[in-house]
Design a protein around this ligand. Structure first.
Ligand code: DWN
Length: 413
């Protein structure tokens, strides 16, 4: 798969400040969701710099380089929300909650950008008219099986106006794990302002830079994730630049810790916003020097993990990977872990089974393999679902199989 292009940014993508300060360099890496088919293994993979910088004006942490989105979110996107049961439950619970909170009815339109396989919208569709927006063709087909219509496009001002003309304004616009993925964030916010009705809400979930800083979630850094927001940098972008109101915030325990923000047109702010800004101030997220510790835990995690798994391999232990998340590919490639360490990785996503991880070329296979041969150790690459997975695999654990959890610090359970 020849990936077309990338470019280095010299200015902050949010406030336009010149001169971004480098805080972590994870080297040249392939896109984290660019799983390979067997016949692609011998082809040269496109690698791109994975460099994290921070703006000294609005403190937005972002990637130095933008990779062509047409290539990252290509026609066949390998990530399906529905493959992770804990995530399905998370979105089903939220879908019901927000529908009741907003007293949605069938006259209301709900639009989700990056709607993937329609898991969230199918929880809202009993209450309101719903429309997904996603550039990838294959996930849209999965959404259709759930009865969710998807517009195959990137969300922005143009696609928002198309929806406005055809369907009217939106009472609710959703963006889960996508708001941090779009380089031209101003185009997205212009689209939201155009499409959202005067009483409407824009609700988005995204990883929180405070979690990456303090808890070593460095593996959430990959080319799809252009922004690593603090509430401070979000408020500047949404209010100072786009004149909307960041009205409410929640910290939610998904993908480590994520922010869920509520944005409206009127000037009304819940106490959660000033309280959270105070919390960020105590963490020093409004000071440049704080970000110089961004990568501090990464090398320690790498040394500890490599020492443990090398010793286990030397002792003849069999180690496999559990979950083939995008974040796992950042970790495998940065730590240079390949098939000589992990015999294979199991994953519940059918589309990933039979492929190979980008860069590290480890085979991804069905979880059924665990029933055929029992490994000695399992490296939990989907550490963000550790609780649910350890519960699900308690039988395996009772037979003596140990799980190695790499993030936030290496531990064997
Ligand atoms: O922003 C994004 C994040 C939030 O989600 C997207 N760029 C893509 C995706 O990133 P990810 O691939 O790191 O997300 P997950 O949800 O941590 O991926 C979990 C992977 O683990 C999936 O491939 C499914 C798999 N899995 C499994 O094999 N067995 C998951 C569970 C819960 C399991 O029991």
């Amino acid at each position: 798969m020849a990936i077309k292009k990338w470019k280095e940014e010299k200015f902050c993508r949010s406030c336009g400040q010149f001169g971004l300060t480098s805080i972590l360099d994870l080297g040249n890496q392939p896109p984290a969701n660019a799983f390979l088919k067997k016949e692609e293994l011998n082809r040269k993979e496109s690698l791109f710099p994975l460099r994290v910088v921070v703006c000294s004006n609005c403190f937005l942490v972002q990637l130095q380089d933008t990779v062509d989105p047409e290539a990252l979110f290509q026609r066949d996107y390998y990530y399906f929300t529905g493959a992770s049961i804990p995530l399905v439950k998370h979105f089903e619970d939220f879908g019901k909650r927000i529908s009741k909170e907003l007293a949605l009815s069938k006259k209301d339109l709900v639009v989700e950008m990056g709607s993937n396989d329609g898991v969230l919208l199918s929880a809202i569709s009993p209450y309101a008219r719903v429309l997904g927006v996603d550039p990838a063709l294959n996930v849209g087909k999965e959404a259709k099986k759930r009865g969710i219509q998807t517009m195959q496009a990137f969300f922005g001002e143009k696609s928002a106006n198309t929806i406005l003309k055809k369907e009217g304004s939106a009472r609710l616009i959703l963006a889960n794990n996508v708001f941090a993925h779009i380089a031209d964030i101003h185009d997205v916010l212009k689209g939201i302002s155009a499409l959202l009705d005067s009483e409407g809400q824009f609700v988005a979930e995204m990883h929180w830079v405070g979690n990456l800083m303090g808890k070593g979630g460095f593996d959430q850094i990959y080319h799809e994730h252009i922004y690593y927001f603090s509430l401070h940098s979000l408020k500047y972008l949404i209010e100072e630049i786009h004149g909307l109101t960041l009205a409410r915030v929640e910290l939610i325990p998904i993908h480590g810790e994520c922010l869920r923000i509520y944005v409206i047109k009127e000037k009304k702010v819940h106490s959660s916003v000033p309280n959270f800004l105070k919390k960020e101030k105590t963490l020093g997220l409004h000071k440049l020097k704080t970000y110089f510790t961004f990568g501090s835990g990464v090398n320690q995690t790498r040394n500890t993990l490599l020492k443990k798994i090398t010793a286990l391999r030397r002792a003849g232990k069999r180690i496999v990977g559990y979950g083939a998340p995008a974040k796992g590919n950042t970790l495998l490639n940065y730590f240079k872990i390949g098939p000589e360490i992990l015999n294979y990785i199991i994953d519940t996503t059918e589309a990933k089974q039979g492929t190979y991880t980008p860069g590290s070329h480890i085979p991804v296979i069905s979880p059924d393999m665990l029933k055929k041969e029992r490994p000695d150790y399992i490296l939990l690459l989907s550490w963000n679902y550790a609780e649910a997975i350890l519960e699900k695999e308690k039988e395996l654990r009772s037979q003596g199989v140990k799980f190695i959890i790499p993030v936030p610090n290496v531990r064997i359970v």
